[in-house]
Design a protein around this ligand. Structure first.
Ligand code: ADP
Ligand code: MN
Ligand code: MN
Ligand code: MN
Length: 336
């Protein structure tokens, strides 16, 4: 067995929105479990995670998948950032989610996340006339044809790569604003949802890089009468998925209403630009839930209301949210 190229991926200390970082370590193969992947370190002073005179931070591998870009035996490794003594670094939001997921595991929480994003070339969204605007929104959502859809080759490559890597990828669609797209992952458990979403984001940036295109998760990439970008988070527990679960879902919605501000605080920066009450959103200062209501904070899908069990959709998280924080908040509020 030869060498394995392991891309160590971690989340930096950038504020208010963390960014992905990565570097490559060549390992002796084969890698058949997490234990075969050693801890590593990096210069935290270059990632807003340490000061210059004491800058080593630890990378602790927590999850890995096949690297669909390099090939065969190579891997992408998700890491938690720790201090040299092993304690949790303040930028590490995953460690707390892992604790909460363990504490409430008897509820069997599942997550399905809809990641919206926007392609940019320079200062314009992909497909937009340089310095100008396309036709008003309307025909682009789930559209087809060279005049309506921009970047499908990248989107298809990304989907293929995620499936190849073993991510629980569940679909894609072109969005309301031209140049804007969505992919979904799930349903999966809490830490898997977080790890897989971050890795799918990394693959999106990496694949778009080949095309000279930049993907942004900004919640309102173009000001004005254009849709923002969210990360609707679909959530269920075992009792929500069982007969009579609608009662549990309604109780969860009531609990979420009482903690609206705490949730908004971890649902992504600049979200107030997106949650205006227009463009299929509920205003950031209001909380509402309802069946099939795409203008509500929480939507109970039609099928869930009809069956009497299923899941809820939290429509508030923005595209740039940290899934470790969002999943932790949902479990804490709905399961406690
Ligand atoms: P929308 O109609 O809001 O656009 P999507 O089809 O884009 O919905 O996304 C729905 C998401 O919900 C998918 O990621 C799917 O995996 C997830 N999902 C389905 N069932 C459940 C469930 N029981 N619990 C949590 N998530 C679920
Ligand atoms: Mn969707
Ligand atoms: Mn969408
Ligand atoms: Mn949705």
């Amino acid at each position: 067995m030869g060498k394995v190229k392991a891309e160590y991926i971690w989340i930096d200390g950038h504020k208010p929105t963390s960014k992905l970082r990565s570097k490559t370590k060549v390992l002796e193969g084969p890698v058949t479990s997490l234990e075969d992947i050693p801890e590593w370190s990096f210069d935290g002073s270059s990632t807003m995670q340490a000061v210059g005179n004491d800058s080593d931070c630890l990378l602790v591998p927590v999850y890995y998948i096949k690297d669909p870009i390099r090939g065969e035996d190579d891997i992408l490794v998700m890491n938690e950032v720790r201090q040299p003594d092993g304690s949790v670094h303040e930028s590490n939001t995953r460690a707390r989610l892992a604790e909460i997921a363990e504490k409430f595991k008897h509820h069997e929480p599942w997550f399905g996340i809809e990641q919206e994003y926007t392609f940019f070339v320079g200062r314009s969204p992909l497909g937009w006339p340089e310095g100008g605007y396309p036709a008003p929104q309307g025909p682009f959502y789930c559209g087809v044809g060279a005049d309506e859809v921009f970047g499908r080759d990248i989107v298809e490559d990304h989907m293929e790569a995620c499936l190849e890597a073993g991510i629980e990828f569940s679909g894609i669609n072109a969005e309301v604003m031209p140049g804007q797209w969505e992919f979904q992952i799930g349903p999966v458990g809490a830490t898997d949802a977080g790890d897989q979403l971050w890795l799918a984001r990394w693959l999106l940036y990496r694949i778009a890089e080949e095309y000279g295109v930049n993907a942004t998760l900004h919640p309102k990439p173009v000001k004005g009468d254009w849709n923002g970008a969210g990360a609707h988070t679909n959530f269920s527990t075992k009792s929500m998925r069982e007969s009579g679960g609608i009662k549990v879902i309604e109780a969860a919605c009531e609990a979420l209403g009482k903690k609206h501000d705490e949730h908004i605080a971890v649902y992504g920066a600049h979200n107030e630009e997106r949650l205006t009450g227009l463009h299929e959103t509920c205003s950031i200062s209001e909380f509402r839930y309802g069946v099939s209501d795409r203008g509500a904070s929480i939507r109970i899908p039609m099928a869930t209301a009809k069956d009497g069990y299923g899941y809820l959709e939290d429509r508030r998280p923005s595209a740039n949210m940290d899934p470790y924080l969002v999943c932790a908040a949902l479990i804490e509020t709905c399961c406690d």
